[in-house]
Design a protein around this ligand. Structure first.
Ligand code: SF4
Length: 340
């Protein structure tokens, strides 16, 4: 049985050819899958009943199950999806009241090997990479369930996207071509896998690279992100400079603010120093407590002080709006654990 979600137009044409149908039928099926996000072949109402019956004998729309769906008081939706092998990942839809943007935060791996100390996913360890189709299914599931069209995609769910780069790049191409989501609306986030950043620098991509820096110095970063022992902040900076020169694109620096750990005056001074010659925007993310560690969220005053000191260095700084903290859908809270 063929799974239609994730197939290219060419692949769908092979199926319609085998059923002696025209290429136009393949185009119709393609639109039903990617633009109308149907749940079943029966919903493809511009295909004749006879042809739908024939198609159902050889194909189905999806093989992914929604195991749990949760809705936050702020409208954020979190889905726990199950793949045929029984592995599960979480995917999140963030809605912002006054914006038309609907942002899907997708996972790229089951578990994660990077093991950042503040992250619920890292605690599970690495289980396996997602295929590009499993990445795409996350967005299709959201669209099928809500009837809404996702406008932006961030690879900030479970897993380190650059350690599954082939599948991530294939999925991005399909998001761009089949879902018609502009490359600039796709963001890939990394904990700082230096050789892969160098690889990305050589690709002609218009999407955004976000880097989880989360610390102003080697010592602090080492405490919270073991990846610092593999690729130091200095190596990371060289890779980012190279990326910026080659792509002409500004990078986004993600900085998780943790009370008394990396939110001090000394930290902001060091961070300004580190970033002074990098073409970047900075996104501050107040820490969302989980039951997995003792880290605390800084006070609002402390967050605002950190932001304004950073801004004095001339960088554009935003504080990420917190979404879905009450359903553990916020940054660092995704664990992929089954909660039913
Ligand atoms: S924050 Fe990202 S890279 Fe770090 S352990 Fe969690 S999923 Fe992996």
């Amino acid at each position: 049985m063929q799974i239609l979600s994730g197939l290219s137009l060419n692949d769908i044409e092979k199926i319609t050819d085998s059923l002696h149908a025209s290429k136009f039928r393949a185009r119709q099926i393609h639109n039903w899958i990617y633009l109308k996000s149907v749940k079943s072949i029966d919903e493809m109402t511009d295909l004749s009943v006879k042809f739908r019956e024939e198609l159902k004998k050889v194909a189905t729309v999806t093989d992914v199950k929604v195991k749990v769906k949760q809705e936050s008081s702020d409208g954020t939706l979190k889905y726990l999806l199950e793949f045929p092998d029984g592995e599960c990942v979480e995917t999140v839809l963030m809605r912002f009241d006054n914006r038309a943007n609907l942002t899907a935060c997708v996972s790229s791996q089951v578990g994660c090997a990077v093991n950042c100390s503040f992250c619920a996913t890292g605690k599970r360890g690495f289980i396996r990479n997602l295929t590009y189709r499993e990445i795409i299914e996350q967005v299709l599931t959201i669209q099928r369930d809500t009837g809404l069209k996702v406008t932006n995609i961030v690879f900030m769910g479970q897993g380190e996207p650059l350690l599954n780069l082939d599948n991530v790049l294939k999925a991005m191409k399909i998001f761009n071509e089949n879902f018609q989501i502009g490359a600039r609306r796709l963001t890939v986030s990394t904990a700082g896998i230096v050789p892969k950043i160098n690889e990305l620098a050589n690709l002609d991509m218009q999407s955004t690279l976000a880097v989880s820096l989360h610390a102003p110095s080697h010592d602090i970063r080492q405490k919270i992100m073991p990846i610092e022992n593999r690729y130091s902040m200095e190596e990371l900076k060289n890779a980012l400079k190279n990326y910026i020169i080659k792509t002409g694109r500004r990078v986004t620096i993600e900085y998780l603010l943790i009370k008394d750990l990396n939110d001090t005056l000394e930290s902001v001074k060091k961070l300004v120093e580190y970033l002074h010659d990098l073409k970047c925007n900075i996104n501050l993310i107040p820490y969302n407590p989980t039951d997995k560690n003792d880290y605390q969220r800084p006070s609002n005053n402390s967050i605002m002080r950190f932001k304004s000191l950073l801004e004095q260095s001339g960088k554009k700084v935003t504080v990420r709006l917190e979404r879905g903290a009450d359903i553990d859908a916020a940054c660092g809270q995704l664990s992929g654990k089954v909660k039913n």
